[in-house]
Design a protein around this ligand. Structure first.
Ligand code: C2E
Ligand code: CA
Ligand code: CA
Length: 924
């Protein structure tokens, strides 16, 4: 079963091919090719044979000698007579004797013919179609008087479909008469009637002996030449026009063609295979071919094809030369080729077809890749194992600043000197340097890839100029390690520097870290705006760098914090000297937009390895030392283990304060303010007090500043406001109506939510907003922060009084206050307290009140400690006084009693309370 299924395909192939070829052959489509094949074979096998043919040619020489034409028949009689004497086997005279001529000549010819015995002379007969129909044939034959002594033979030579004479019909029948062809008769053989005689053009006409007619007539011949031969007499001169178109020789005289035909018959008749035999052969051959081409490889099939065709040609030749059989090779060969083609197409299975499709796609992709490479801005090179550039794209030429053709063939090392072993580099991206032809060096990134499709390994080298990237990297590195404002190294650069210095430090040397914090800088920033602050910082940085000198490393590590690192310290004096110089650097005021700014500094100094074993500790200890300097008001402090206590206190204070707020551990005290117009106390300032079991009494300065530096300031402020409002409500209920002033931290003004929260606190307390006053420090108020101003305006819109606290300590001018929603101004207590001793401060005290009044602001003086101050301030025109001269801040209950007493004394007028009378007397 399997076997038959396997055979099905070759069987179908063979059958259909045989059918196709048979059809083509029957349609005559193959004849022309078959002729060409047989001609080729004839040409190949053309040879002189051992022939008994002698041709007596009526040639050009004969025509020239025997002037007239047609010749008188006595010439022919003479020739026949001479030939007869020479004794040939047969004689064929290819001359038309169908018409009577000169009687004497005709008689001579007749008697010459008659003298031949056995009718061994052949005379031609032929037919000509008069109209084209077979019945209308005009027969041309010798006159009966000649024919009587001779045998008639047909000389008809009909051209085949290619117009060439290739075969001779052996017999012709016309009515009851049958004429045998001359060639058959001259060959002396009986040939089959049906099958035409194929002329074997492989026989060379040179096989025949030629005798010129005129030589025969004039006796110039050897009679033995004709003895026992077949003699053909006929026109060979081209002029006589008896030329036949034939293969191989183009044209041959009719008589030579007849002789060739006769010789072909004599040599052994050429015959084609019979139709059934040929069909059988085709079928067998087709089966053979189909089997041979069963192999699924077009290459092996090609070998099969060559073998089959070779065998076919060989068989044809062998059959021709040994069996006289002509094989029709063309149909057979065609069949073979077709079988090969079909089998090959069939053997191109899907994979092959896909491969072909791929190949077409590949060509497209090749073109695409080429254009990508050509247009790439990256330099792409193809390089041999020995580092010779094979190809380079235009970008490569641009990169190395040369022509493309200079690159090809050049060693890559001429451009990338450090490039080494490609094999080791393959698959990696490395950075190195390259140079142009002119010697300019630039950084590059190289990626090498191996290409394996060719015999020798090639490498693709992609080169990218990374100058720009390197520059960018340097910029980024610079930015990451430097402060953009002052161009000083930043904290991370400091840490890097310290790490390096610590590693390099010798045992007998130290590294000094100086942490420098600016004093009053925050005020500059808040008051004059950030742009002035920035300018101040830049100037400070410049001065520090100058003061620090080459050996020290200056960095900016925070808003107004700088560090100076000094390595290889062997002597404490060097450090002291350095901090001295830093201090001196800020002695000259810094220009803050027209105002000379006095910026102070506090320096904390820690030493490695004496004070700290590592960077973090070194920084922390310098910070502690700096804090101590700030507290003590000294310019610099060395770290001291004892100081750690202080930093611990700060740390614990934060958590303590947090729980203090939550646990209501804080207290609010109230300090009365005396209204100089009514003489009564109509307001108090709420001041925070905190006493902690562990920390003791903590100054509000200290813990408020601490709260400001953490997020505790918000709950602290809200606690204070709630307390103050509650107190106000209670006092009001007890019949004491005083405004309560609450201090607001500058930080709170940054919180846009604050006005809303204050409003809800006021609402919750049920107290009128007019009972509340907010004290905001001058610097917070003057801040150019748009947000702070907005918050202040919103607070004012709530109906709350706003006063400026500590007026005179900032850098603002009075004119600036005009646009602010402020009702009162509290001159800083330092001016008041110093007024008695310093005339300058007295002037400030006096001028401030005048200007404030001009701006319709009420003025409060705090820090009123004595009688003199009361007199002076009253005379100056102040509206309110506050200070220890009257009362310090008191717990609520005490304050209540104090105020009630004070006011009652004022109301009853006599005796006038002591402070008031003293003011009166001062004026008097
Ligand atoms: P301040 O707002 O300038 O408060 C006035 C300070 O001067 C108070 O000190 C007060 O006790 C003191 N003082 C009053 N009269 C005299 C006097 O005649 N002579 C002298 N030498 N001092 C006098 P205190 O209570 O220690 O408060 C210090 C600072 O703490 C306050 O300065 C204020 O800035 C801050 N502070 C106090 N309580 C609060 C608060 O509830 N919230 C906020 N944000 N800050 C507060
Ligand atoms: Ca105050
Ligand atoms: Ca104050």
């Amino acid at each position: 079963m399997r076997f038959w299924r396997a055979l099905r395909w070759p069987a179908i192939l063979a059958a259909s091919l045989v059918a196709l070829v048979v059809l083509l052959r029957a349609g005559g489509y193959l004849a022309r090719y078959e002729f060409q094949a047989s001609d080729a074979r004839a040409r190949y096998f053309e040879r002189e044979v051992d022939s008994n043919v002698v041709i007596v040619g009526i040639d050009a020489q004969s025509l020239a000698k025997l002037h007239e034409w047609p010749w008188p028949r006595r010439y022919h009689a003479e020739a026949i007579e001479r030939l007869r004497a020479a004794g040939p086997e047969r004689l064929f005279i290819d001359i038309d004797f169908s018409v009577a001529r000169e009687p004497a000549d005709d008689a001579a010819l007749e008697s010459a013919l008659a003298r031949w015995t056995g009718k061994r002379v052949l005379l031609p007969t032929f037919f000509q179609r008069a109209t084209g129909a077979d019945t209308d044939l005009i027969v041309t034959e010798p006159l009966p008087r000649f024919a009587e002594h001779a045998t008639l033979g047909s000389v008809l030579l009909e051209p085949g479909i290619d117009g060439l004479v290739r075969e001779v019909k052996n017999t012709w029948s016309l009515g009851d008469r049958t004429t045998t062809s001359v060639s058959a008769q001259m060959a002396g053989r009986v040939l089959s009637a049906g099958e035409p005689l194929q002329i074997d053009f492989g026989i060379s006409p040179a096989s025949f002996s030629y005798v010129s007619y005129v030589d025969l007539l004039e006796g110039r011949y050897d009679p033995s030449e004709f003895k026992g031969k077949s003699v053909f007499v006929g026109a060979t001169a081209v002029e006589l026009g008896d030329m036949m178109p034939v293969p191989l020789h183009r044209a041959l005289p009719g008589v030579v063609v007849q002789a060739l035909a006769a010789e072909s018959a004599r040599q052994g008749v050429l015959h084609a295979l019979s139709a059934p035999a040929y069909f059988a052969l085709l079928v067998l051959w087709a089966a053979l071919a189909a089997t041979v081409f069963l192999v699924d490889s077009w290459r092996r099939n090609l070998i099969g094809l060559a073998a089959l065709l070779g065998f076919l040609v060989l068989a044809d030749c062998l059959l021709y030369s040994f069996a006289g059989t002509t094989l029709e090779v063309v149909p057979t060969a065609l069949l073979t080729i077709l079988a090969y083609c079909v089998a090959t197409v069939r053997s191109l299975d899907q994979q092959t077809l896909r491969a072909i499709a791929n190949a077409i796609g590949l060509r497209k992709r090749d073109a695409l890749l080429k254009s990508v490479v050509e247009s790439s801005t990256d330099c792409i090179l193809c390089i041999t194992r020995t580092g010779i550039v094979r190809t380079a794209n235009p970008a490569a030429a641009r990169l190395f600043a040369c022509e493309s053709d200079m690159l090809a063939g050049a060693p890559i090392a001429a451009f990338i000197p450090t490039i080494g072993d490609f094999e080791a580099l393959a698959g990696d991206i490395t950075e190195t340097d390259a140079k142009t032809l002119t010697g300019d060096e630039f950084p590059i990134e190289v990626s090498v890839g191996r290409v394996d499709f060719s015999d020798e390994p090639l490498y693709t080298v992609i080169v990218r100029d990374i100058s720009e990237r390197r520059a960018q990297q340097r910029r980024l590195e610079y930015q990451a390690s430097h402060d953009s404002l002052t161009a000083l190294p930043n904290r991370s650069a400091l840490e890097g520097h310290l790490a390096h210095a610590l590693r390099a430090n010798a045992p007998d040397e130290s590294i000094a870290l100086l942490l420098v914090d600016l004093c009053r800088f925050k005020e500059v920033n808040d008051t004059l705006g950030h742009h002035v602050g920035d300018r101040v910082l830049a100037e400070v940085a410049r001065r520090f760098e100058q003061a620090a000198g080459e050996r020290a490393f200056v960095a900016r590590v925070g808003g107004d914090e700088f560090t100076v690192v000094l390595g290889r310290v062997t002597d404490d004096d060097i450090v002291a000297d350095l901090s001295q110089r830093l201090n001196a650097a800020l002695k000259t005021p810094i220009d803050g937009g027209g105002i000379g700014l006095d910026i102070g500094l506090s320096i904390g100094i820690a030493l490695y390895p004496a004070d700290a074993p590592d960077i973090a500790t070194l920084l922390k200890n310098a910070d502690i030392a700096m804090y101590v300097a700030k507290r003590r008001g000294s310019s610099h402090e060395y770290y001291d283990v004892a100081q750690d206590q202080y930093s611990l206190r700060r740390l614990s204070m934060v958590s303590e304060l947090r729980s203090a707020i939550a646990a209501n551990e804080l207290q609010l005290h109230y300090q009365p303010q005396v209204n100089l117009h009514s003489g009564r106390v109509q307001g108090v300032e709420a001041l925070l007090r905190w006493e902690n079991p562990a920390l003791g009494k903590v100054s509000p300065f200290e813990f408020v500043t601490l709260a400001e530096s953490t997020d505790l300031i918000r709950p602290l402020t809200e606690w204070t406001l709630t307390q103050a409002l509650e107190q106000s409500r209670r006092w009001s209920a007890d019949g004491l109506d005083v405004t309560v002033a609450v201090n607001l931290s500058a930080r709170i003004l940054q919180d846009v939510q604050f006005p809303r929260r204050l409003w809800s606190l006021i609402e919750a307390s049920g107290v009128s907003p007019t009972a509340l006053e907010l004290e905001i420090t001058e610097s917070a108020m003057m801040s150019d922060s748009v947000r702070a101003l907005r918050v202040i305006r919103e607070l004012h819109a709530l109906g709350v009084r706003i006063a400026i606290d500590d007026f005179g300590t900032g850098f603002s001018s009075l004119g600036y206050l005009r646009d602010l929603p402020v009702q009162a101004l509290k001159l800083d207590k330092s001016f008041v307290m110093n007024a008695e001793a310093r005339p300058d401060d007295r002037i400030i005290v006096e001028s401030t009140v005048q200007m404030a009044h001009a701006l319709k602001l009420e003025v409060v003086a705090e820090g009123v400690e004595n009688e003199w101050a009361v007199r002076f301030l009253k005379a100056a025109g102040y509206d309110y006084l506050q200070g220890y001269h009257y009362s310090p801040a008191l717990p609520a209950a005490k304050c209540f009693d104090w105020v009630v007493n004070f006011n009652r004394a004022v109301d009853s007028s006599t005796p006038i309370p002591r402070p008031y009378s003293s003011v009166e007397s001062a004026i008097a």
